[in-house]
Write a protein that binds this ligand. Structure first.
Ligand code: ADE
Length: 242
């Protein structure tokens, strides 16, 4: 079957959201991936289908109950086995490498939290992996889940038309894990600004060299962390005393 995103959420109506548009939307309609939502509310307790309670030890907000999330995870587990990821600012940062790994597998079950979090016991019991999309706090995991799905679905074979664009983009092998060089298009002169002449030279070797230098400069400036990883692998230490 096609790559599957299975989502446990209090807001199933948030999906597909923007994933229903453009490239990911077209691929969804073509059956290159599919989306299943599991409404957490359906597993809530009592007449009001309560899913949360006050935090043990006190503190602000509400915590999603272990028994409620366990019931939703069991429902998710009835389908094709998929890795389970909880979208959380406490998780390991999402990377292009993780997106590639997930794209190569059968899909993913994503848990979207709300409130102050989820009872730790159910995360431990199901050995749930936690993934963050960055060092900031969202009101819930739904937008983060959409970010992970978007980054992953575009790597599924036949979703992107032109595979060269994958090979050359930021973080790709072809770009050596560096940020991408800037892009330009016609007109050649706009608002008194020229396109770098080398890009109009037709000299493919010179263009590749220019892009490589731009990628290095940009990465050095903006992402010293990525630069370090690159320099350790690619740069002659004798030449890289800065
Ligand atoms: N949920 C709330 N904030 C988040 C973040 N930064 N990453 C992933 N999931 C989240």
């Amino acid at each position: 079957g096609a790559w599957t995103a299975r989502i446990i959420t209090l807001f199933p109506e948030a999906f597909p959201g923007i994933l229903g548009l453009s490239l990911t939307g077209k691929a969804l309609k073509q059956g290159l991936w599919n989306l299943q939502t599991i409404a957490l509310r359906e597993f809530g307790m009592g007449r009001h289908r309560n899913v949360d309670d006050t935090p043990a030890g006190g503190g602000a907000g509400m915590v999603i109950r272990a028994d409620v999330m366990d019931a939703a995870l069991r429902e998710a587990g009835r389908g094709q086995p998929l890795p389970v990821i909880y979208m959380s600012p406490r998780g390991r940062p999402l990377t292009q490498t993780r997106a590639r790994e997930l794209a190569a597998g059968p899909g993913v079950t994503l848990i979207c939290g709300r409130f102050e979090g989820i009872d730790q016991r159910v995360l431990d019991a199901h050995q749930v992996e936690e993934v963050s999309i960055g060092d900031y706090v969202l009101t819930g995991g739904e937008i983060a889940a959409q970010v992970l799905i978007d980054a992953t679905v575009r790597l599924i074979p036949r979703v992107l038309g032109n595979h060269d664009s994958l090979a050359e983009e930021s973080f790709s092998i072809g770009n050596r894990g560096l940020l991408e060089a800037p892009q330009f298009t016609k007109p050649a002169l706009w608002d008194g600004r020229e396109i770098p002449p080398v890009l109009l030279s037709g000299n493919h070797a010179a263009i590749a060299k220019w892009r490589s230098g731009e990628a290095e400069g940009l990465t050095k400036q903006r992402r010293p962390d990525l630069w370090r990883a690159y320099a350790d692998k690619h740069v002659d230490p004798a030449k890289d005393r800065q």
